[in-house]
Write a protein that binds this ligand. Structure first.
Ligand SMILES: [Zn+2]
Ligand SMILES: [Zn+2]
Length: 147
């Protein structure tokens, strides 16, 4: 039997299949383009979040430097031996400096003077109204360290 060339009907059918494929591909492409846009938006959002986080971190580092460090010994405050203490002038110094950098009061050797590293004021130690004889802890800084 000789092979027949495609009939008109077969050709039309082939065309229809082809155009159905094209429509499916177009739909697929559309979907991909939407996905790409979505991803681009997500990436933009993430970049903005990252920028905000970096800004916060820089700010936090600055704050740490300004209020998280003892001006007398330049060391970081901690919750124990270098706890921040509010001295008489209102400035804050670490516990270790108060204990180790105070000078004996020559008029009363049971007392000591601690010179504020930030102003001319001196704090007389020990304090009589606190259990440990030291100025009260600076809880704002204590909480900042904890967080
Ligand atoms: Zn100190
Ligand atoms: Zn001071």
């Amino acid at each position: 039997m000789p092979s027949k060339s495609k009939t008109g009907r077969e050709k039309r059918q082939a065309n229809r299949i082809e155009s159905t494929d094209m429509a499916a591909m177009a739909r697929e492409l559309n979907k991909i383009q939407k996905d790409v846009k979505k991803l681009e938006k997500n990436s933009k959002d993430q970049n903005e979040t990252l920028k905000a986080l970096q800004k916060n971190l820089t700010k936090r580092t600055k704050i740490d430097k300004i209020i998280g460090t003892c001006k007398s010994c330049s060391k970081k405050f901690n919750l124990n031996d270098r706890s921040p203490r509010i001295i008489a002038c209102g400035h804050t110094s670490c516990q270790s400096c108060l204990l180790n950098k105070s000078e004996i009061d020559e008029s009363d050797i049971t007392k000591k003077w601690f010179k504020c590293p930030e102003c001319i004021y001196s704090t007389r130690l020990p304090y009589e109204r606190t259990k440990d004889g030291l100025p009260s802890k600076n809880w704002t800084i204590m909480n900042h360290i904890q967080n």
